[in-house]
Structure formats: structure tokens, C-alpha cells
Write a protein that binds this ligand. Sequence first.
Ligand code: GLC
Length: 439
Amino acid sequence: MKYANWNNELGNPEWFLHDRFGMFIHFGLFSLAARHEWLMTTEQISPEDYQKYFEHFNPELIDMKTLAKTAKETGMKYAVLTTKHHEGFALWDTDYSDYKITNTQFKRDLVQEFIEAFRAEGIKIGLYHSLIDWHHEDFTIDGLHPQRDDEEYRKSNNTRKMEAYLDYLKNQVTELLTNYGKVDYFWFDFSYGHRDWEWSKGKGKNEWKSEEILDLVTKLQPDILVNDRLDLGLGVVTPEQYQPEKPLVKDGQPVIWEACQAMKPTWGYDRDAKDWKSSEVLLKMLIETVSNNGNFLLNVGPNAKGELDKREESRLNDIGDWMKRNSKSLYGAGQSPFTVPKDCRYTQVGSNKLYLHIYSWPLRHIHLQGLAGRVQYAQFLHDHSQVFFREFDPEEVITSTETHIDEDSVVLELPIEKPEVLVPVVEIFLKDGENEIKI
Ligand code: GLC
């Protein structure tokens, strides 16, 4: 399959397209502030004032082994950890900065612990790395920078050397892709070359020298996947915090894409957050994404003590409970060529496994258009109980108490009561034939 945003510079995306579902982990000094991972710039905090979070950083209860088990039980097949967010704080023992986790009272290399724990659970390793660095003295001040309104700081642009920052960036990326074994996915964040504040412009592929960064990454780890935020039009396209309603294509060609979603508006731990997405909404986003050939990266933001927010934990439990019985409808699945019934989503695996996800429970019948003659058996995925279906029979007299059946359709006969499942799924076994999908 040819993808508009992929070429042989990048690793083989097969595992990614099969696994579909990952955990995003946002953790850093911003977790102590507990209100937004962008607070350094939204509250225009100077590095000097931000130092209090460094001094008090001590996630004494963090346990990557427990978090890895939680991810596994939730059905997540890969995980992406913030190694450095825009605040510039390194979660590993870097040689290129003192602004690192091993210089805090916590002392431990969390990237190392994350990789060991998640790899031990058979979960593929992704590393998030911010191109932006509001702490580094050579990162030039622009319209997004915390000190954008500070005349003195803005003057320092005359002495700030972006080249030196890019060397620093490449050295830290080299450390992450050299010292910790195989890394499966590198998640850069983010380019904003289109921005223009008159006194300064945004930073995109030219300012990052993105081609050099991509060459470095693929030289160090030839099988690695990357996302599209180097602004090169290459890599996994990463819509965030909205729900694409159809497969993403570019110039008529399919695109490899991954929706990244937080359970609330922010990514880091946010004690007073409102607008939490329910378990049902999150699960329907996951299903909808896969039905449109996408991956789903669901975020958690451990608190500064190192534990998951109880509201995140309960949602992961609900999704894991569903995945335990229904994940076959998502792994290796993609868009089905068949017309989907209303209030439902199809996914399809190969040419003869069709999965009907029922979003609102109907009265007794769901009509499957275009499936006449193609269905050999149907069952609920959660308990493998048989689901009866009927087809058009010219001999049959349909009375006023029976549903009408179109000649090209199959009608599923469902129980009146919705099964105790967040989103019930009917597994439909298709006869071999022209049911091919393209994921
Ligand atoms: C956006 C947010 C950033 C977050 C990222 C995750 O870039 O600004 O804070 O880490 O999305 O996708």
C-alpha cells in the first residue's frame, strides 16, 4: 500500500497499522504546577521563577512497571513518553544539560525505567521530544516564548545562537536513540513556521533544519517511525483533540495517521480540570478512529507524586474491560467497504471478518445493506453468543408485524435488552469473496 506521507526513509509501519492503540504519557516539572503543561508561557514564568518546580520535583510513588501493566490491561500496544516537553526539563540522565531529572532529589532516569518496564510488557517504545525549549539560553525568543513581552529578554536574541541550540537538540536526540536500545517511534512536537508576530516569526522545517534531524534519527534507528511535526510532510499525521470523521487522504492517496487525545483539555496532570470525556466517548473515539484507518494515542498525565489521576485510571479500566473481550475488532482492523448502518461503526479485518459496533441500541433489527448472500455466521464478540440474521426470501410473506427486508440486505435479529457492554460488537463472518479492505 502506498501512503502519501511515507517513504522508504522511514521504518516499516506494519506493526503500527496493526496495533492501532497506544498510551501517551505527559510528565515533567509542569506536573507539579498541576494546571497546564504550557503554564510556563501562558503565565509567562521566567526560568528563574520556574526553578521552584525543579527544586521540589520528587515523584516518589512513580512506578513505570505498574503503569506498563495498566497500559497492557487497557489493550495499548505502544506507549509514548515525554522525554522533554517545551519547558526544557530532561527526564533522562543527559550529558548535555544540568536541567535534568538525575539532578533533582528524585535522581532516577525515568526514560530508562519507562523503556525497561514497557518493553518487558511487550509494548513498543515511543519517545516524545519537544523541538521547542523555553529554558535553553540559545533558543531564540519568539511569539510563543514565555519572555516574549520582556524587552530585556527579547534583546538577548542578539546573542542567542540557534545553531548552538540545534546542536544541543541533535545531541540529546542522539543520546535517546543510542543509549536505550531499540526505539520504535519518535514523536517530535511541534512546528509553527506559519506563525508571524512581526517582531518574530515561528519555527518550522527551516529553523529546525528538519531534514538534518530526520537523517540523524533514521541513521541511528533505521526501523524507527516518526510523526509529521518536523514539518517535512513526512511521517504519521497527528490530528489532536478532535475526531476526524473519515480516513485522512492527501493528493488522493491514503495517509498514515494517529489521533492523539487527552481525556480532558490539557495533557499534563491538571488537578482542577473540567470537561472530562466519558469512558463511552473515549471508546467511541477509539472505534471511530480505527473505522477510518487511524491509530489512537490516548494520554495520561501522572501527578507530581507519580500516580495516575483517579479519573484517568477509571476510564482506562472501563476501556480495558471492553478491550479484554472486543479488541479483535480493532487490532489489524481498518475501514470496511460496506455501507455502515446508522448509529453504528464498521471495522473489518482481512476479507471476511466484519465488526459491527452498535452505538445506540435499536429495537430488534439492524439492516446490513449490501451483505445479502455474504454472511455465513454472526455472534456477539463479548460472549460469542449467536446472533440470528435473515435475508430477503421472495417466497416469504412479510406480515405487518415483521420488518421489511431489502433484497440486497441482511437483517440482524437482536435481543430487546442491550447487553451489559459499553459498545456491543457483532462479529460477522463473511463468506470468502470481494470484501477486500485497504488499511
Ligand atoms: C500540543 C500541545 C502540547 C502537547 C502536544 C501533544 O502540541 O501544545 O503541550 O504535548 O500537543 O500532542
